[in-house]
Design a protein around this ligand. Sequence first.
Ligand code: UT7
Length: 318
Amino acid sequence: MHSRIAGTGSYLPAAVVTNFDLERRMETTDAWIRERTGIERRHIVAPGETTVDMAEHAARAAIAAAGCRPEDIELIIVGTCTPDLVFPNPGVMLQARLGCRGVPAFSVEAACSGFIYALSMADKFIRAGEVRRALVVGAESLSKITNPNDRGTAILFGDGAGAVVLVADEQAGIISTHLHADGAYIDLLRATGGVSAGHSPTGDVIQMAGAEVFKVAVTMLGRIVDETLAANGLEKSAIDWLVPHQANIRIIQATAKKLAMPMERVIVTVQDHGNTSTASVPLALDVGVRDGRIKRGDMLLLEAFGGGFTWGSALVRF
Ligand code: UT7
């Protein structure tokens, strides 16, 4: 038994902050942000709108696209580092909204790689024969943990959610997943505000040494591309679409180059979404599916890299 993606969905909050809006707020320029990151705008949650609100929109869209009903879902995994509450976990809160009471529901915190981690776990539940339909969501309200005055991070991050429904199938959709972490890099990228370590006197926000993170991201993503292809005995040319984490267009270009892929075969949303952490891969996937570029049968390489560091990939026959 294998799992395959039966439907995708996504949600972006209505409010958009452009680079020009940021120019008015801090010492930066639209030209610098576009040239160094590829970002032009990002969506930001409305007051009172939460991660679970966005997750619900994305989940309902994915469930509809999969042609099933919320009560058909047998497992919910939500990737996020910005949950509504400490507990119940956002998977449980989403389960209550969808009305599939009783099925297991939990969240995964692996920063920007959270969706790949969640996808990998859901795939294993299905392959083990424990469930037949799983909802996997990546949702983030990063604006809630971003210092609006820090030009090193405020220009990068946005809010949103993406989701997929995985179903059991004899044909492999999720062909392989590859997960990694190296906790030695905590000083380069972290968000404070953890319950047991207490709150930071300077505010609980994302702290990032951008240039250092950039270098490790390019190296690790290059390696995981090789690892994914080698594990499946595939040539680079076997990949139809790269669906990367949307952190920086220059990181995406470096990974595409490693795969010898023209940028026309890469789903790029960073210009419109910014970096939405766990939401970025399922958001990009949904964009590529709904605009008709990604078709049934296409071979996809999903990858992400984020705080921890954590990184991972999924080889998917769509
Ligand atoms: O998703 C999780 C993983 N995160 C990432 O993958 C993010 C990885 N890092 C990056 O994307 C890039 O490092 C950034 C976009 C964060 C920064 O770009 P960079 O090319 O690495 O810039 P830098 O930090 O090396 O700074 C270059 C210059 C500095 O000025 P000096 O010292 O050369 O005079 C900065 O002070 O650019 C300056 N700078 C800015 N200027 C205008 C930094 N931020 C800004 C800004 N506007 N927003």
